[in-house]
Design a protein around this ligand. Structure first.
Ligand SMILES: O=c1ccn([C@@H]2O[C@H](COP(=O)(O)OP(=O)(O)O[C@H]3O[C@H](CO)[C@@H](O)[C@H](O)[C@H]3O)[C@@H](O)[C@H]2O)c(=O)[nH]1
Ligand SMILES: [Mn+2]
Length: 733
């Protein structure tokens, strides 16, 4: 093909509305300057306490200013990508590259096998030549129930894949598909008939897996189906077993076909070796084992990685991703294509702000413009060599036509299973660069972020892609505590990166653009927000009780910059949220969640990092549960905040909510009794601040005092926080 008729496989457009953003940024900046002038000019002449409170407020404000500036880096000029799949297919249909797909699971209770196999089936059913897809399930739970479910899925795929192909169904996760299409379609008789049959077969399969789950073991008659069960008969336990590797469908085998005689994707079950004396490095360890094992079995140049709950929602995603890797002019330095993580169980107003809308829709495209989005662990297509640890250089261009002519390994599946086991063994990585320079990095709770950054630091860029039909959908935590705990792991990981030698400002220096270094700081410094926020929700209400004013009087012109900055910041944030597809109430919930995360998860994250760096605690990974009690689910559906468990996090939230309430009531009472308007004038801003804290904490007060269901605040927390808040007030008075 000549240069002239080169048509790109993807294009990039810069977002509209940048002028509005710049106007906002400049005026905000001016407002901020005025606030700084005010703080310096009005430094209190007397009163030891007041001075300290004043300095504290100023420090908190300076922090907010710095952080706000950092967050502008991902807003400056977001870019949006689109692909040309018909061009891809016209030029390369015959030589499309193979894809290795990694699905990770770790616990059959928190991550039910039925959910996992639905994810597996959805990625097996991509609209892509099936002989070029290789699906690997890594089971860190080492569970025979999971193995059994996967075996069932391998059977079911024989009818599911032809059905998807024939009727172009979407999404291709059977459970989601059948639950969203409630009515049997009637307009097409053949379709309707098949639909029924397949739905029934699916229900039966699901029933069998559920029965095994209830029994807690696989019934004996089913065990005969596959030699793989022998591993568990030999006594494999979750934390102590040799590598279990079973090629359930061998794509090279001519007999591995579906009911229409079309080839099936390769399907592999892997439970890497686990021994109590070895550190197994959680998901990063699983991924590295998968990288090695797959390199022997299929060795595709492109790797897709999904969490077990993140099913494919768009059957064209592989083709989209391949467009980014196969463009003749622009692809050579692209290491990974990251899709946002969407969730299929968020309610309309997303009580726990799980969706991170603005990050998905705006900040990642913003980071893309700066050099590429972060790798967020799921829904990400990697170039194998970049993930493996290679540096980018101009020679990194892949000749895809040659790739395709490569002969596949000759060994039989049985031999492969045996020879690959060692690659997933505990001692394989000893004295090697795995987990350091090769594969995913170890030792960080957000292995994905740190790995993505080091890939970029090796000269690669990445791409953020978010097609209209969402690429992947996962499961959001359904209770407040779960959400806060999940975020604690993330924040802890991020702040750890910032405080380590991987701090983007140093590690990235000279390797990635400055804007990208700053973009990383937006997330790496999440946890650092906690101190300023704690100050802002604790000290001003206490100062109300102590007769200390911290803000300008309502009648003074210095109120203007405060008012402007506050109103502009929040209107802009609301605008972004609505633009990203959220609702007004959703935004309000989201603001509350950011506050709660700052007061709890961030604090815990910092605490955890400090403990770990002093050697008092070891790295852990609390897996987020993907299931909930019916009771909890019901409240989740109704968007009622779930407390219900005793956790010190709730003590913090409740105490702060009560403290603000008490201080507010006290000052109101005083104003009403004394009718001193002058006081009202000086305290106005502080009262507004506490007032806002009260408004946003409505669910906490309701949970403390008005609810009777099991999701209310445990009474021990109610008493403790009441006592604590009252004591604090009395002390201040
Ligand atoms: O020892 C482990 C622990 C976890 N996992 C898998 O890791 C994935 C993510 O775990 P989850 O509990 O769902 O955590 P999330 O916070 O939802 O995950 C996000 O954050 C993680 C880093 O904290 C990334 O690894 C994930 O890809 C990213 O989706 C799941 O598929 C797990 O099965 C393992 O394979 N082995
Ligand atoms: Mn998850």
């Amino acid at each position: 093909m000549g240069k002239d008729d080169y048509l790109p496989l993807f294009e990039t457009k810069v977002a509209k509305g940048r002028l509005l953003h710049r106007l906002y940024a400049v005026t905000m900046f001016l407002g901020i300057l005025f606030i700084c002038v005010y703080r310096v000019n009005h430094f209190p002449a007397q009163g030891e306490l007041k001075r300290w409170a004043w300095i504290g407020s100023y420090m908190a404000e300076l922090w907010y200013i710095l952080y706000w500036l950092i967050t502008q880096s991902v807003r400056w000029s977001p870019v949006y990508r689109s692909t040309f799949k018909e061009r891809l297919s016209r030029r390369y249909e015959k030589v499309l590259p193979g894809i290795d797909i990694f699905v990770c699971t770790a616990d059959p209770v928190l991550e039910p096998p039925v959910m996992v196999i639905n994810t597996v089936l959805s990625v097996m059913a991509y609209d892509y030549p099936p002989e070029k897809l290789n699906v690997y399930l890594s089971d860190d739970g080492g569970s025979e129930l999971m193995f059994y479910a996967l075996l069932e899925a391998s059977q079911f795929s024989k009818i599911w894949l032809p059905f998807c192909r024939k009727f172009k169904v979407e999404p291709r996760s059977p459970v989601v598909y059948f639950s969203s299409a409630v009515e049997t379609p009637v307009d097409n008789v053949i379709f309707a008939k098949e639909w029924r049959t397949i739905k029934n077969l699916f229900e039966e399969m699901k029933g069998r897996v559920d029965v095994a789950m209830k029994l807690g073991r696989v019934p004996d008659e089913l065990r005969k189906q596959h030699k793989g069960f022998r591993e568990w008969e030999l006594g494999a336990s979750r934390r102590d077993h040799q590598t279990i590797l079973e090629i359930l469908i061998d794509g090279r085998d001519g007999n591995a076909v579906d009911v229409e005689q079309k080839p099936l994707p390769t399907l592999v079950y892997m439970a890497r070796e686990k021994r109590p004396q070895y550190q197994h490095n959680f998901k990063a360890g699983a991924m590295n084992a998968l990288i090695r094992v797959s390199s022997r079995i299929s060795n595709s140049k492109i790797i897709l990685n999904v969490d077990c709950d993140q099913y494919s929602n768009n059957s064209e995603s592989v083709r989209d991703a391949v467009c980014f890797f196969m463009d003749e002019e622009m692809s050579h330095n692209i290491a990974y294509v990251q899709y946002p993580q969407y969730l299929n169980n968020v309610t309309k107003n997303d009580v726990y702000g799980n969706l991170l809308r603005v990050i998905n829709e705006l900040e990642f495209p913003g980071a893309d413009a700066n050099g590429g989005p972060l790798y967020i662990g799921s829904g990400c297509f990697h170039r194998r060599d970049a993930l493996w640890g290679e540096k980018y250089d101009k020679e990194s261009k892949i000749d895809w036509t040659k790739e395709n002519g490569k002969v596949r390994v000759k060994e039989s599946a049985n031999v492969l299973e045996e020879t690959c086991k060692i690659l997933a063994g505990c001692s394989y990585e000893e004295n090697s660069q795995w987990g350091k320079e090769m594969g995913l990095k170890y030792g960080c709770p957000v292995e994905d972020i740190i790995t993505g950054m080091s890939i970029q630091c090796r000269g690669w860029r990445s791409v953020s892609f978010n097609p209209e039909r969402r690429g992947f959908m996962g499961v959001a935590p359904t209770s407040l505590l779960q959400s806060l705990v999940q975020h604690t792991r993330w924040y802890e990981g991020h702040i750890q990166i910032f405080m380590s030698k991987y701090c983007p400002l140093f590690y990235g220096h000279g390797n990635i653009p400055l804007q990208l270094q700053i973009s990383y700081c937006c997330y790496n410094l999440w946890a650092a927000n906690c101190l300023a926020t704690l100050f802002y929700v604790i000290v001003p209400p206490l100062c109300l009780l102590k007769d200390i004013t911290l803000f300008p009087q309502l009648s003074s012109p210095w109120v203007l910059p405060y008012a402007y900055v506050f109103i502009a910041k929040y209107s802009y944030s609301l605008g972004e949220f609505l633009w990203s597809g959220g609702t007004l109430k959703g935004w309000y919930n989201d603001q509350r969640m950011w506050l709660y995360k700052r007061l709890t998860s961030y604090l815990y994250g910092i605490y955890g990092t400090v403990l770990r760096s002093l050697g008092f605690s070891k790295l852990s990974f609390d897996i987020t549960s993907k299931v909930a009690d019916d009771d909890v689910s019901l409240r989740y559906e109704q968007e009622i905040m779930e407390f219900g468990t005793v956790s010190f996090m709730f003590n913090i939230l409740a105490t702060i909510a009560l403290l603000n309430l008490l201080a507010f009531i006290w000052i109101m009472a005083r104003l009403i009794i004394n009718t001193r308007t002058k006081e009202a004038d000086s305290y106005a801003l502080q009262m507004i601040l506490s007032g806002l804290v009260i408004v946003i904490n409505r669910p906490v007060y309701v949970g403390l005092f008005f609810r009777t269901d099991r999701g209310r605040m445990p009474s021990s927390i109610t008493y403790q926080s009441l006592i604590l808040a009252t004591l604090a007030c009395l002390l201040a008075l």
